[in-house]
Ligand binder design. Structure first.
Ligand code: ADP
Length: 244
């Protein structure tokens, strides 16, 4: 379970704004990788280019040896990359269980979207709900969950696709400390089972305690990478954050 993800010379501009500039990153397979950087440093744009949500102007993204630079998000998902969104993507008026049954992207599991009555898909959904700790909310409408519980639901939806690489955009953003603890423990467990993580996150304490490998963005490009202690001590990183 060591699918590789490599990004070479990626660039993306919006009009005159150079959001990502010639960014090259090799994520470490089997590890928890984090992307950090000041606001506006290009993390989300980079993330969206890698996951196929927006098209890069230049550069290549290689997933499991396949060039996926211009691939659709669906093809990228089928190659083993699952992602969450900064703002949760769930169906508020569907139940928790129904959300998972429509979220699933694995046709071999569900026979496309006709999964609502598929016992295999329902069993898989229940396994993931238990894993993320919201199985007691199976019949609740998603809109009635707390924001943190909605994030856990979204994560369960990502896991329905059984991805080997999981990219999370701000998993702890807006989540209360108790649930941050649970999300963090889950990431560790899933990583111990062999899944690679790439996490964009503002919560520095979480990043430093959770990640094996940190990539720091500043003004659209990676300026430092390494283990958390190494990165924290890097003067370029302090400069990027303090703006000195
Ligand atoms: P981060 O995630 O690190 O906060 P972003 O990738 O969101 O950074 O933004 C990088 C830069 O690109 C910012 O200057 C931002 O204003 C700009 N930007 C991002 N998305 C768009 C867009 N859709 N249209 C125009 N500018 C954008």
């Amino acid at each position: 379970m060591t699918v590789t993800l490599e990004v070479a010379n990626l660039s993306k501009s919006f009009g005159g704004v150079h959001a990502v500039v010639d960014a090259s990153v090799s994520f470490q397979p089997g590890k928890v990788n984090a992307i950090i950087g000041p606001n506006g440093s290009g993390k989300t744009t980079f993330f969206n280019c890698v996951t196929g949500m927006i098209r890069a102007d230049a550069g290549t993204v290689t997933l499991a040896g396949h060039d996926v630079t211009r691939a659709s998000p669906d093809r990228i998902a089928r190659l083993g990359l699952g992602r969450s969104f900064q703002v949760c993507r769930i169906f508020p008026r569907m139940t928790v269980l129904e959300n998972l049954l429509v979220a699933v992207k694995n046709p071999s599991l569900t026979g496309a979207l006709g999964s609502a009555k598929n016992p295999t898909a329902i069993a898989a959904a229940r396994v993931w709900l238990r894993r993320v700790g919201i199985d007691h909310l199976e019949h609740a409408e998603a809109r009635n969950l707390s924001y943190g519980q909605q994030k856990l639901l979204e994560l369960a939806g990502v896991l329905m696709g059984d991805p080997e690489i999981i990219m999370l955009d701000e998993p702890a953003g807006g989540v209360n400390p108790a649930l941050i603890g649970r999300i963090s423990a889950l990431i560790r467990e899933l990583n111990a089972e062999g899944r690679t993580f790439v996490v964009v996150e503002h919560n520095m304490e979480l990043v430093m305690s959770l990640s094996d490998h940190v990539v720091v963005f500043d003004r659209g490009r990676p300026i430092a990478e390494g283990d958390p202690a190494h990165v924290q001590a890097d003067p370029r990183v302090l400069e990027a954050y303090l703006g000195v």
